[in-house]
Design a protein around this ligand. Structure first.
Ligand SMILES: [Zn+2]
Length: 475
C-alpha cells in the first residue's frame, strides 16, 4: 500500500459528539511501530482524551456499577488509582447482556468473540468499528513476519467464533491475505484437508494458531505428503503462534520443518498486543493502541517507563474499543519486560507473559476452566450415572502430549460409551470445545478408568464445604 506522507495515527479534533478515532491505515499502523519513545506518554494521553472513552464507559451499566456512579477525567493522572475492572466483575453480567456494551454492537459471528481469558467463558462484544480497527492492528502479525498481501496462511487456531480464528480472519481480510481454516475434525479427514491446502499450495506462506496444534499439524501433513513439505508448499516458511508462551523445544520443532516461529501474545480483550519481530527474543508489546501499566512490587509503572527485567501484573485501558472499552482492566497475566531496545528499530519494549494469575487450564494452548468441565460432566451424568469422578491430568516429559485419566467409581459402566459421551459433551459445549479440538489434534489423550471410590484423591474444602477435588495435576 503506498504511503501518503501523513504522520502516524493522525487524530481528528474532538467533536461535540463522542466520535471514535479514525481507523488508521496499514501504513499508519506500520509507522506507529517506530514512534519515538519520548512520544509514548503524550500519545497515550491524546488517545485517552480524544477517544472519549471515559464518557462512553459511563453510559454502560458495568462502569456505572463499578464506579458507583462517579465520573472520571480522561487523564493519565489518577488512572492507576481508579477502580479495577476484573474479568470476574464483567462476567457477572449475563452472557450477551445488552447492558454491557457502551457502543453499538452487531450481533452474530462477526460481532461477538468468546474469550477464555475470562473467569467464565464469555462472549466479548465487538462492534463493526472494533472489527475494522482490530483488522488493521491485527495485521501487525503479517507485517512483522514479512507476509505480503496475496499470500495465504493456514489457521490452526480454535474454532470460530473463538477469537484466535475469527480475529486472524479479520486481519487477513484487511491485509489482503488468504486464510485457510483447519476446522473441527478436518485433521481426521486428511483427504478433505489436503484438497483445500493443495488448491492454495503456491500461495501458502505459513500458519497461525497455537504452538502444540501447529507442530502436530505439520507432522501430520509431513506424514501424509510423499514429498518434503517445502516441496509441496514452496513458500511455506513461518509460523506465528499465540495462546501460550513458546518454549525452545517448540521453536526447534518448527525449525525441523524449515519454519521460522514467531511468538504473538493475544486475547479477545486485547487482540494481539505483542508480536515478535524477525530479530526474535520475545514479542514487541506495542504502545500505540492500548495503554498499559504493570503493577510491580514497587508500585504501578507505565509500560513506557519500565526497564528491562521489570515484572508485574498487566493492567490496560483500551481507548479504541467501541463496544466494550476496558478501563483499568486486570488482564490476569504477569508480564516481564525482556528488553527496551531492539536492532529492528521498533521502539516498543519486548515483553513476555510469565504466568497467568487466574485459574484457566491451558492444555497445549486449548483453554478451559475447571467449572466448565464440571458442568459438562453434570450434563453427561444426566444420561449416564457418574456418581463420582476425578481427572488426573498429566503430560509427557517433552510437554507435547497431555493426558486426562478420567477416573469413575462405577465399574458397571461401559467405558467406551462413557468416553464417547464425554467427547460429545466437550465438542457440543462452547466452553469446553477447545479441549475437543486438542483431542482431535492428538495433543490431548483421554482415557476413562474405573477406580475404587476411596482411591480418589481427597476432597478440598471450599468456602467451608468439603468438595471433591475434580482435577488433579500430576506434573
Ligand atoms: Zn525487534
Amino acid at each position: 500500500m503506498p504511503g501518503d506522507g501523513r504522520p502516524p495515527l493522525r487524530i481528528r479534533a474532538q467533536a461535540e459528539v463522542i466520535a471514535m478515532r479514525k481507523i488508521p491505515s496499514l501504513d499508519e499502523v506500520r509507522e506507529a511501530m517506530y514512534m519515538p519513545r519520548s512520544r509514548f506518554k503524550e500519545h497515550a494521553a491524546t488517545m485517552l482524551a480524544e477517544s472519549g472513552v471515559m464518557e462512553r464507559a459511563q453510559k454502560s451499566d458495568v462502569y456505572r456499577l463499578l464506579w458507583g456512579g462517579k465520573g472520571y477525567q480522561p487523564e493519565l493522572d489518577g488512572l492507576q488509582e481508579m477502580p479495577v475492572l476484573t474479568p470476574e466483575f464483567y462476567t457477572g453480567f449475563g452472557e450477551k447482556d445488552p447492558k454491557i456494551p457502551s457502543g453499538p454492537v452487531k450481533e452474530g459471528l462477526e460481532g461477538w468473540l468468546c474469550s477464555t481469558g475470562s473467569r467464565k467463558m464469555k462472549f466479548f462484544p465487538f462492534s463493526d468499528y472494533d472489527t475494522k480497527w482490530l483488522g488493521a492492528y491485527g495485521s501487525r502479525y503479517a507485517m512483522m513476519s514479512g507476509i505480503s498481501a496475496g499470500d495465504a496462511v493456514i489457521n490452526v487456531g480454535a474454532e470460530p467464533p473463538h477469537c484466535s480464528l475469527t480475529m486472524s480472519q479479520w486481519a487477513s481480510a484487511v491485509y489482503g491475505l488468504g486464510s485457510i481454516p483447519v476446522t473441527r475434525g478436518v485433521m481426521g479427514r486428511p483427504q478433505e484437508l489436503m484438497g483445500s491446502l493443495m488448491k492454495n499450495a503456491g500461495s501458502i506462506v505459513g500458519l497461525t494458531g497455537v504452538p502444540l496444534i501447529g507442530i502436530k499439524f505439520l507432522s501430520t501433513m509431513s506424514q501424509m505428503i510423499p514429498v518434503p513439505l517445502k516441496k509441496a508448499f514452496p513458500k511455506l516458511r513461518i509460523a506465528v503462534m499465540a495462546g501460550e508462551t513458546m518454549n525452545g523445544k517448540q521453536r526447534e520443532a518448527f525449525e525441523s520443518f524449515g519454519i521460522e516461529a514467531y511468538e504473538m501474545y493475544g486475547s479477545a480483550e486485547l487482540y494481539a498486543p505483542a508480536v515478535e519481530c524477525p530479530r526474535h527474543g520475545g514479542p514487541h508489546m506495542f504502545l500505540d493502541d492500548n495503554i498499559y501499566y504493570l503493577k510491580t512490587d514497587e508500585g504501578p509503572k507505565w509500560l513506557w517507563d519500565c526497564k528491562k527485567g521489570d515484572i508485574g501484573a498487566l493492567r490496560v485501558v483500551t481507548p479504541n474499543r467501541e463496544a466494550f472499552p476496558l478501563i483499568n482492566y486486570d488482564v490476569k497475566d504477569v508480564i516481564e519486560v525482556l528488553d527496551t531496545e531492539c536492532a529492528c528499530g521498533i521502539t516498543a519494549p519486548k515483553a513476555r507473559v510469565i504466568s497467568r494469575t487466574d485459574n484457566v487450564l491451558n492444555i497445549g494452548g486449548a483453554k478451559t476452566y475447571e467449572n466448565h468441565i464440571e458442568r459438562m460432566f453434570e450434563e453427561v451424568g444426566k444420561d449416564y450415572v457418574l456418581p463420582d469422578w476425578q481427572i488426573h491430568w498429566s503430560k509427557d516429559p517433552e510437554g507435547n502430549v497431555h493426558k486426562f485419566d478420567i477416573l469413575i467409581d462405577n465399574g458397571e459402566l461401559d467405558r467406551q460409551r462413557i468416553t464417547g459421551a464425554i467427547l460429545d459433551g466437550m465438542a457440543k459445549d462452547p466452553r469446553t470445545e477447545q479441549l475437543w479440538q486438542a483431542y482431535d489434534a492428538e495433543i490431548l489423550e483421554i482415557e476413562v478408568r474405573t477406580l475404587a471410590h476411596d482411591e480418589f484423591q481427597k476432597t478440598v474444602v471450599a468456602n467451608g464445604t468439603p468438595k471433591r477435588l475434580r482435577i488433579v495435576k500430576k506434573f
